[in-house]
Design a protein around this ligand. Structure first.
Ligand SMILES: [Zn+2]
Ligand SMILES: [Zn+2]
Length: 140
């Protein structure tokens, strides 16, 4: 995958659009209670350096400060969950489902499985972690 690869994405209503550049992290699914409540299921996101994403319509994003170190961005009009941003780290998590297809992205693991909803099972054979996994910051 070439480093200059461009991907685009948007919220449901189109008020917020974005472009990413370069190779993106694999998709990680977070099953924590915050992600469950925000999405109704679980959060599946990649990660991109702040310098490799351009966001248009940023004024349409509502930032919910879910913890003292991170905030969750969603479209103020249509409610699409879009971003998760750590206070001090120079990257931003972007929801996999917001990308235009084909995304070229692949999900590789599940985290915070101990907190997942009791109404579904994870059956895709990917690694499952009860809490976070090494090198991953998650919203809790
Ligand atoms: Zn929207
Ligand atoms: Zn989570």
């Amino acid at each position: 995958m070439p480093d200059d690869q461009i991907r685009t994405g948007r919220c449901n209503c189109g008020a917020v659009t974005f472009r990413t550049r370069g190779e993106l992290r694999e998709i990680v699914a977070c099953h924590c209670s915050q992600c469950r409540r925000q999405t109704g299921l679980y959060y599946a996101a990649t990660n991109v350096g702040d310098e490799n994403i351009e966001i248009e319509g940023a004024e349409n994003i509502t930032w919910y400060h879910a913890s003292d170190f991170a905030r969750r961005g969603f479209c103020a009009t249509c409610g699409s969950a879009l971003f998760w941003k750590h206070q001090s780290d120079p990257f931003i998590s972007v929801l996999a489902g917001a990308f235009d297809e084909p995304s070229g992205l692949t999900m590789t693991k599940h985290i915070f499985c101990a907190d997942k909803g009791d109404f579904y099972e994870i059956g895709d054979g990917l690694p499952q972690y009860a809490k976070g996994s090494a090198g991953l910051l998650v919203a809790e």
